[in-house]
Structures are given as structure tokens and as C-alpha cells.
Design a protein around this ligand. Structure first.
Ligand SMILES: *Cc1c(COP(=O)(O)O)cnc(C)c1O
Ligand code: SF4
Length: 445
């Protein structure tokens, strides 16, 4: 990958520390004798959290890289691992991972050193590793799959902008990511070398389209990952969008807080805070991603007043069971992210090995509802192939009417009756023969 957006960025100006007790208030504690203050103030701690696991990885594979550099996202981005040869020096590749090679699949391979540090080096079935390291299964074109399963290209009034719903648009601001998820819906376009300037050339026409469509009140900036862009580029785009009077809210979809948490710098936050109401959707797949680093990044975003929601793709063998999904959603709440969407895995080419049965997602949500905090329950959606948009699939708790009682099943499977005399007309109606369930008991269903 030769994308160089991050490299042209200004170097980050970090305040010395944001690490809880290690901040400077310690030194102004009046219990310190005045003359001792300079004696205790030794080397500054790194400007970002680093877990023991990440630090052990750094010392082993990047002994020449100091903590400050490791915590600099420019370094993380510029030093992404992009070849299997390099990855193979850090973990033992399986025969299939070796066979998969690189450059053959539609999507390139790239992970930040930080994210690679979270992989289990001995186990190719490690969930995080499976989401990022190519396998030969990607080469297959399976029934129902295509390169653009959501028909996004067909809903693009101008290149790089998808207008599928009445009052909001999807703005594809970049094609670069700091790490490439093997199941990516947009693998047809992300990570193509040399695409940065081409993509930026699309911006003026996309902005003009929004200016000319007053019904658009919500812009979702996605890509690729918008947080691979420099602070200056984001500032430019956000300020252009904020100048449009009918834009009420702006959203950014990103996986950066998970795969490159060091990206969430004070200078980035200074930019983002200027454009409220600004929301962020965090792409997160597995509880193993909620490291001390990700927790710090998400906490910083929450502290900047940015409401955080999550987006998770349901992936076979990675997060498709109730305990894992519950742990992920509870973990997200602990890191101040409100679970938002759980997606059925889109039928993008070469993704069958990740895809579950559609009703698996319904079963998982049913297994969570009532058993844990309501805030932890995401909405499970299937993005209709061909451009129908997101369609929610929900567990059904209604058993039907028994006389004037509506019979309901609770989360434990027990049946309850709710006396509901006004409703029988609704359930008895069927005269129109449409078999609809939302009958209002009259002639206009
Ligand atoms: C998901 C999506 C949106 C946003 O949908 P919400 O349900 O409002 O979060 C907007 N446009 C497109 C094309 C999308 O795929
Ligand atoms: S971060 Fe998003 S856009 Fe980038 S590869 Fe992953 S799923 Fe695709």
C-alpha cells in the first residue's frame, strides 16, 4: 500500500501526559517540599496508554523504537505490516495463511504494529488474526456474492457519495484504512494504491450535491477510514459540511480507535470538537479489541462530547455466540460506546467463510435481551443486497391472541397474558386477503 496521507501530517503536539495519576497535578501537591519537585519529575511518561502485551511486543520486534515513537500514530501508520514475510517473522503462519500470499485477493493486507501485537502468535484461529490475515477462502466467488453487494455504486449520484435514504448521505471520504478487515463490504474500492489524490478530487462535487439537496440533514463520513486522514484534511471537510445550513448532524464511521488508537490525539479532538453535533460509529468485532489503548482512545472521544455508537459484523467463529457477543457489547458500554448495529455479514466476494445463517443474529440478540443491560443490545440488521438498505431482524415475543388476551413470551421462555380487549379487530381482520400484520381493522391497510 503506497498511500501516504498520514506521512504528510504535521507531527503531533502532545501534552506530556494524560495517564491518570501520572499527570502533573501530582507535582503541585502541597505535601511535597518545594525543593523536591524537580527531583521526582523524571522522564515524561508516554503520551498514550500502552499495555504490557503491546510493550512486550514492541521490545521484542521493535527494540529500536522508543515508547514515544510507538505511541505516535504517524509511526504506527507508516510502519504498518503489509507483507506476509514480515508478519511471518512475528508469528507462525499456518500453511493456509502462507498459501494465501498477498496481492492476489481484491483487498491488500495491512495491520498496524499495535494491532499485530494483539494477535495470538501461535493460533491461526485467533479471532483478531482471522479478521485481518488473508486465507485462501477469499479467492472463492460463492453463490449470492458480488463485489458490490449493497449496490452502492448504483446509488451514487456523484462518485464517492451514496444517497440511499431520504434524509442522509454516506460520504466516502477516503479509500485508505489503517488495517484491512478481510470481510470488508467495500473491498472493491478500499486500499487501492495511489488512490488518495483521486479520492480527494471527488470531494467538491460531493459537497456541491449536498448543498443542492436541502432534504439531507445528516452526513455520514466513511470510507475507508476517515481517521487515516490528517487533522488538516478532516478540518477542511468538516468545515465545508458545517457551512451547509441544512446539515444538522455529522457522523464519522471509523475503526481507528480499535486498530490505531494512538490516532486519537488532543489535536484531533480539538478539530472534532469544533463541529458538534458530531457523532461517531466505532467498528469493533471482538472483546479482545477492547485493550487499555482502545479504552483510552474511546474515553478521549467521549470526553470530547462525541456520542459513540458501535458497529459490529457478525462473523462465524469470531463473535457468533451469545457469551462472546455479550462480552463485546458489555465491554463497549464500559468503554462508553453504546451498541448500535450488529450486521449480518454482507455477501461480498470471498466472504462465505465468515457468514453465518441469517437467523443466527436473531438468536444471539434473543439470547442477550433481558439477560443483560438493555443498552447493551444492538439492533441486528441485514443490509439488503442490491440497495434495499438496512432491514432490522428482531426476535418475536408475540405468541398471538387467546380471546381478549395477548399471549407473550418473556426472555426466559415463560408465557404471559396481557388483557387487551381493544385489539381483537386487528388480529381478526384478514378480509383484504393481504395477510398483513399491521392491520388497523379498517379499509385502509
Ligand atoms: C448505513 C447507512 C446510512 C446510515 O443509516 P442509519 O440507519 O441512519 O445509521 C446511510 N446511508 C447509507 C448508504 C448506509 O449504508
Ligand atoms: S475498517 Fe471498515 S472500510 Fe476499512 S477495511 Fe475494515 S470494514 Fe473496510
Amino acid at each position: 500500500m503506497s498511500s501516504n496521507i498520514a506521512e504528510i501530517e504535521q507531527s503531533p503536539m502532545e501534552p506530556p501526559s494524560l495517564l491518570g495519576v501520572q499527570n502533573h497535578s501530582v507535582y503541585s501537591d502541597i505535601s511535597f517540599p518545594v525543593g523536591m519537585r524537580f527531583a521526582v519529575e523524571k522522564e515524561l511518561p508516554p503520551a498514550f496508554a500502552i499495555s504490557e502485551r503491546s510493550d512486550a511486543f514492541r521490545r521484542r520486534f521493535y527494540p529500536e523504537v522508543n515508547l514515544k515513537t510507538w505511541c505516535d500514530w504517524h509511526w504506527q501508520y507508516a510502519n504498518r505490516i503489509t507483507s506476509l514475510e514480515q508478519l511471518g517473522t512475528m508469528l507462525s503462519l499456518s500453511p493456509d495463511e502462507l498459501d494465501a500470499g498477498t496481492g492476489l485477493a481484491a483487498l491488500p493486507f495491512a495491520v498496524t504494529p499495535y494491532y499485530a501485537a494483539q494477535f495470538d502468535p501461535a493460533n491461526p484461529a485467533d479471532p483478531l488474526r482471522r479478521t485481518m490475515v488473508p486465507t485462501t477462502a477469499e479467492w472463492d466467488l460463492n453463490p449470492g456474492e458480488s463485489a458490490d453487494p449493497l449496490g452502492e455504486d448504483g446509488h451514487s449520484p456523484v462518485p464517492g457519495l451514496v444517497h440511499r435514504y431520504p434524509d442522509r448521505v454516506l460520504f466516502l471520504a477516503t479509500d485508505a484504512c489503517s488495517a484491512y478487515c478481510r470481510y470488508c463490504t467495500r473491498s472493491r474500492r478500499v486500499g487501492k494504491p495511489g488512490s488518495t489524490s483521486t479520492v480527494r478530487k471527488r470531494w467538491p462535487a460531493a459537497i456541491e450535491y449536498i448543498e443542492n439537496h436541502p432534504e439531507v440533514r445528516d452526513v455520514l463520513i466513511s470510507g475507508g477510514d476517515p481517521l487515516t486522514m490528517s487533522d488538516a484534511a478532516l478540518d477542511h471537510l468538516l468545515s465545508r459540511l458545517r457551512r451547509i445550513p441544512h446539515i444538522e448532524i455529522i457522523r464519522i464511521g471509523s475503526k481507528a480507535p480499535i486498530v490505531m488508537p494512538q490516532r486519537i490525539t488532543p489535536s484531533l479532538l480539538r478539530v472534532l470538537r469544533r463541529y458538534h453535533p458530531l457523532l461517531m460509529s466505532i467498528h469493533c468485532t471482538h472483546p479482545g479489541e477492547l485493550t487499555p489503548e482502545a479504552t483510552e482512545a474511546l474515553g478521549r472521544l467521549a470526553d470530547a462530547g462525541i456520542p459513540l455508537g458501535s458497529q459490529t459484523v457478525l462473523l462465524k467463529g469470531i463473535n457468533d455466540d451469545v457469551p462472546t457477543m455479550t462480552k463485546l457489547m458489555q465491554g463497549l458500554l464500559k468503554t462508553r460506546v453504546r451498541p448500535y448495529y450488529l450486521y449480518h455479514c454482507d455477501p461480498v466476494q470471498g466472504s462465505a467463510h465468515f457468514r453465518t445463517h441469517i437467523f443466527k443474529g436473531v438468536d444471539i440478540v434473543r439470547g442477550m435481551r433481558g439477560h443483560t443491560t438493555g443498552y447493551a443490545i444492538p439492533t441486528y440488521v441485514v443490509d439488503a443486497p442490491g440497495g434495499g438498505g438496512k432491514i432490522p431482524l428482531m426476535p418475536d415475543y408475540v405468541q398471538g391472541y387467546d380471546g381478549e388476551d395477548l399471549v407473550l413470551r418473556n426472555y426466559e421462555g415463560n408465557l404471559y397474558r396481557s388483557y387487551d380487549p381493544a385489539a381483537p379487530a386487528a388480529h381478526e381482520c384478514g378480509d383484504c386477503g393481504k395477510g398483513c400484520s399491521g392491520c388497523n381493522g379498517g379499509s385502509s391497510c
